[in-house]
Design a binder for this molecule. Sequence first.
Ligand SMILES: [Zn+2]
Ligand SMILES: [Zn+2]
Length: 148
Amino acid sequence: MSVEPETRLTRQRKIILEELRKVDTHPSADQVYEMVRKRLPKISLGTVYRNLDFLSAEGLIRTLKSAGSQMRFDGNPDNHYHLRCIRCDRIIDLPISVFDGLDDKIHRITGYVIIGHDLEFQGICPICGQESQKNEGRATNESERHKN
Ligand SMILES: [Zn+2]
Ligand SMILES: [Zn+2]
């Protein structure tokens, strides 16, 4: 099919969107695939990728990219800021409001027409902070396995 229905979501897309909106864990495509497979047992990973692309292009979800990490997906399309743990790659939403004046300021400095901004803070979550204190010398904890 070459013509994509713009206003209508297919059943697959609806289910992917619903599952993504249930969580605030910002899953990777692999994790989304595992989540939707319970409801769509025949879906392929490639189809999940294509649908995530579509939902993102439509502005219904957001994508979070970071060098060296898998792309992550966010069912909340409204701008909000993120905090990523550099050890376990956990991403949480920050309960602060978006800096509305920032886009204007950057426009004044650069002359660019600003269409928006993303902000991601990096840190070490309390769980990883505790683990590294407790497990000095041990490399079998969750955070080490995610690091590669
Ligand atoms: Zn962590
Ligand atoms: Zn988020």
